[in-house]
Design a protein around this ligand. Sequence first.
Ligand code: URA
Length: 205
Amino acid sequence: MELETLKQRAMGCQQCVLRQQAKQVVFGEGNAAAKLMLVGEAPGAHEDEQGRPFVGAAGQLLDRILEAAGFKRQEVYITNVVKCRPRNLTLANGRYRGGSSNRPPTAAEIKACLPWLEEQIAIIKPRIIVCLGAHATRALIAEDARITRLRGQWITKGGIRYLPTYHPAALLRDPARKRPVWEDFKKIREAYRVEITEQLTFFNS
Ligand code: URA
């Protein structure tokens, strides 16, 4: 319920210009009590159209990675650092043009949107967060974090274990990155198994 209330509030967010340029707010979806959360960058055109995160080409690859690692999409929670699609618009003669492609969110847009993600994390209380790509890694770990340096390393902050890995879109551009991401997901699977086992032991004791 808390998550639904937060979602309703996020739907009315006007903290940055992205909301006016996007069709809808892509809040996130999945298990509201997930132990594993995946955080991407921002919605693209397909996500903006459907109101769901990771449903385009990168999302289909993410689904395959999750399945191969033994996760069901409904079992985890998937969201983005920025909840509205950043479109590549150019301003000419007082009018916006273009917009069929995406651009990375700006630092100001990330800052404006971050409180939603922080509240999602506070409500869902995941034990493990996978940062998909540089933007999620910088937003959640450190502003100057480098994905190439941190990829595959566990970072514990506030009782949550974070694992930065490459964004699925980066794998589509550079398939050589699939192998390290697969190694990361094997670690995630193992850490998740331990979390679930510990939880079961606690409830059964
Ligand atoms: N890329 C992202 O980072 N998030 C999505 O939801 C889709 C593509």
